[in-house]
Write a protein of this length. Structure first.
Length: 316
């Protein structure tokens, strides 16, 4: 960081803290002509709700001062003022486990190392368990729940129910397969799903588009919007190559990540408008790989958690 930005951050940070002190002191002072604490401001609401000019409670005021004192102490002890490293010399920089001098590693790195040493025996014990037994081990699944909350819930939701663009992984329907090895592969390596657009072949062909939508509704056993167009949709399903990916019965293909259309619950929505958009404009989605981030032992626990979500009883 250059000298300019170093001092810019210091001045800006300390000026903000000083401004907070000034604002509190300013708010405490009684202004000329301002009503006393036992007097009303003259404002009345709902005919009988009167506003008094009461000062802030002292305990509340001291909470503000406490946060200011805490922030100053933090900035003395830890990095936060430009290039200043703090009295403790704490650093979040990446560390190298090959370095012999432990003190040469960052403080964050040493903290991570200590936690990893404590957790390693736990995950080794989980790694030795049969997958099915692991999935129904309550202690292991408590760990899996925390992993899921940290790594997966942001996309799939805390309950795995998903949202538009992110699959529901708690309903037993998986585009890439729901067997243990398939789930592990998905989490380890990630997935990339591609649905090609058919706008160039269907633009202006409203009957064919409506027919396809009706046919997809029929595959899922739903009430069909245009029953007389189902034969048209069935023909287009084959001609456009839909059957090549989703199967002739629409049951999907885990090898390609092609969804089961008979499920009736789709990642990007199951309404007629959503299906129309999918057919015409296609879809692209990517599930990131977690191999490097989590390692095989944590991936296996996380996979067991997802597996358990889809089994009878789920996870309470």
């Amino acid at each position: 960081m250059s000298s300019f930005w170093h001092w810019w951050i210091i001045v800006l940070t300390l000026a903000n803290i000083a401004a907070m002190v000034w604002l509190i002191k300013f708010a405490e002072k009684r202004k000329p002509g301002e009503p006393a604490a036992h007097e009303t401001t003259g404002h009345v609401y709902d005919d009988d709700l009167t506003e008094y000019n009461k000062p802030m409670p002292r305990w509340w005021l001291w909470l503000f001062y406490g946060t200011i004192i805490f922030s100053l102490a933090y900035l003395v002890l830890f990095p936060g003022l430009g290039n200043y490293q703090g009295v403790l010399g704490w650093s979040s920089a990446a560390y190298d486990l090959d370095v012999d001098d432990v003190e040469a590693r960052s403080m964050y790195g040493r903290e991570v190392e200590r936690i990893e040493e404590r957790l390693a025996p736990i995950f080794r014990r989980y790694a030795e368990k049969d997958f099915e037994a692991l999935a129904f081990d309550d202690d292991a699944m408590a760990t899996g729940r925390r992993l899921f909350g940290n790594e997966c819930a942001i996309c799939h939701g805390a309950d795995g129910g998903g949202t538009r663009g992110f699959p529901n992984i708690s309903d037993g329907v998986f585009s890439w397969g729901g067997e243990p090895d398939q789930i592990i592969h998905t989490i380890t390596n990630g997935r990339r799903g591609v649905m090609p657009p058919h706008l160039s072949r269907l633009e202006g062909e409203e009957e064919k588009i409506d027919g396809l939508i009706s046919y997809v509704f029929q595959l899922a056993g739903r009430e069909v919007p245009n029953e007389d167009l189902i034969p048209v949709g069935a023909e287009q399903f084959v001609q456009l190559g839909c059957a090549a990916c989703h199967g002739e019965e629409g049951t999907g293909n885990p090898m390609l990540g092609a969804p089961d259309l008979t499920a009736g619950d789709y990642t990007y929505g199951a309404s007629a408008a959503a299906i129309r958009e999918t057919i015409l404009h296609g879809r692209q989605g990517q599930m990131p790989a977690f191999e490097e981030r989590l390692g095989p032992e944590r991936v296996r626990v996380l996979a067991a958690y997802v597996y358990r979500l889809n089994r009878e009883g789920g996870i309470e």
